[in-house]
Write a protein that binds this ligand. Structure first.
Ligand SMILES: [Zn+2]
Length: 477
């Protein structure tokens, strides 16, 4: 069943239709700009082109956007809508304009053509995250249009009815850690990110489980710690095999590290499991109860038996610190025993796990003999982040979802991956994954991220725009 959004008071039905059509066209236009990260050498249509196009749209709306370009071609764009200043700190609409590469071979549509088919827009960035860029732009355009209609200048005058400022910030380089994007902005333009709260990608998207629509709102995300493990063996002649062949040692290292670690339920995930269990039919509820319990074997059995593998993978990752060995190098020639090997591992840590604790876990899993031939070097680290799963903004996100989908079940969740929330947290802005979309029950949303045939539903977008608008209006009024 497709539920109509409750119309938001300030805008009539005809205006919503126009805004939704414009939203669809904006998503398509942004997908066609190949803002791929890492940028192809000499590419002319990268992030800066996308930033300039967004700036042009903001200028058309009567605003005065600003672009920064910390490295050639790596543009981020920002605009501010003013409130009358009586309502407290701003609300930040945060997004990123880069996308991961999309080798076209297995796509059924050109990843940069933004084809319309079966009620969907296809293309790289459709869900990660040009749909949300366009929804945030859509809200900004509606607010600016209301100011113009009332005879005000949206670039300088307060927007009628707004008591807080609304910040729009769309950054480059999120897909590679934000060094040329949100991290740079946090250090050099912190006023672009500093706010009472931020709305960002990933959460607020419906997930249909056992016939019920859950809306996980992202309030936390795991941290990451990537390590390079240098393994010392002995060089030799391939005709006389050795136990200390570094490739053989690397295989043992990988086998030990690839084993799943013990579960630890963080407070956010405990609340997620409780709320989901209470809302779902008893069978699904029992699975979630098993997950929240302290019997790992029972939890794993429940996951494996009953859960869609896509959700099972995500839940497993959210209930423990994870280790994924993703790079292995050894050997120079078939008849030379390699004396050196390198394994790189991607570790994702729960809130409460420090980097030294993660490293200690690796050493423990290797065991003393293997650890003695391994040198573990930290390559990159980002701490976990959490925003309050209560308080005015979180409560408003929950209430607004319920207003637009009375059968919906909003609940807090953690993301297994990192977003620009890592950088907004450095300027003290609590950041929520909230890019509202009401999906078809069968849509495999999580697999669209960085996947083949990435797409976003047109009805899902039409539902989301008024939800996002209402959140902004209500929080800032
Ligand atoms: Zn993203």
């Amino acid at each position: 069943m497709r539920l109509a959004s409750a119309p938001s008071s300030a805008i009539d039905a005809a205006a919503w239709t126009v805004a939704a059509d414009e939203l669809v066209e904006t998503v398509r236009e942004l997908i066609r700009i190949r803002s791929v990260n890492p940028p192809a050498p000499g590419a002319l249509d990268g992030e800066l082109v996308a930033a300039r196009r967004i700036a042009a749209m903001l200028t058309e709306a009567g605003l005065e956007p600003e672009i920064v370009e910390p490295e050639p071609g790596r543009g981020s764009v920002h605009a501010r809508l003013r409130g009358d200043g009586t309502g407290g700190d701003a609300l930040l609409l945060l997004s990123h304009l880069d996308v991961v590469p999309a080798p076209p071979e297995r796509w059924s549509h050109d990843p940069f053509a933004a084809d319309l088919a079966d009620g969907y827009i296809y293309g790289r960035g459709a869900v990660d995250m040009k749909a949300m860029v366009a929804m945030e732009l859509g809200v900004v355009r509606l607010l600016a249009a209301e100011a113009r209609a009332a005879g005000f200048d949206p670039a300088h005058d307060p927007i009628p009815g707004l008591r807080r400022d609304v910040l729009f910030t769309c950054t480059a380089d999120e897909e590679a850690g934000g060094l040329a994007g949100a991290k740079w902005v946090a250090e050099h333009r912190p006023e672009w990110l500093r706010a009472a709260g931020a709305l960002n990608e990933c959460g607020g998207v419906s997930v249909t489980v056992a016939g019920r629509r859950l809306y996980p709102i992202q309030v936390a995300e795991k941290g990451f710690a990537a390590y390079r493990i240098a393994i010392r063996g002995t060089w030799g002649h391939g005709s006389m095999p050795r136990e200390d062949n570094a490739a053989v040692l690397a295989a043992a290292v990988i086998a030990r590290l690839a084993v799943q670690g013990p579960t630890r339920i963080t407070p956010v995930m405990a609340r997620f499991l409780d709320l989901a269990a209470a809302s779902l039919p008893s069978e699904a509820g029992q699975i979630l109860d098993a997950l929240a319990g302290d019997d790992p074997a029972r939890a794993e059995a429940a996951l494996a038996a009953a859960c869609d593998p896509m959700y099972a993978r995500a839940l497993r990752a959210l209930l423990r610190d994870t280790v994924s060995p993703d790079v292995v190098h050894a050997g120079v020639k078939y008849n030379v025993i390699p004396g050196d090997a390198v394994v790189e591992v991607d570790c994702r840590v729960l809130p409460g796990t420090t980097e030294p604790a993660m490293r200690a876990m690796l050493v423990e899993r290797l065991g003393p003999e293997l650890a003695a031939v391994c040198e573990i070097e930290l390559m990159v680290y980002g701490a976990p982040v959490e925003a309050p799963a209560d308080g005015p903004l979180y409560d408003l996100l929950v209430a607004t979802i319920r207003d637009h989908d009375p059968d919906g079940i909003p609940l807090p969740v953690m993301a297994p991956f990192a977003t620009d929330a890592k950088h907004t947290s450095t300027v003290g802005t609590p950041t929520y994954g909230f890019s509202p979309l009401q999906l078809d029950p069968d849509e495999r949303f999580l697999e669209r991220f960085h996947g083949v045939d990435e797409r976003v539903g047109i009805d899902a977008l039409r539902w989301g725009l008024p939800v996002l608008y209402d959140v902004v209006r209500r929080f800032c009024s």
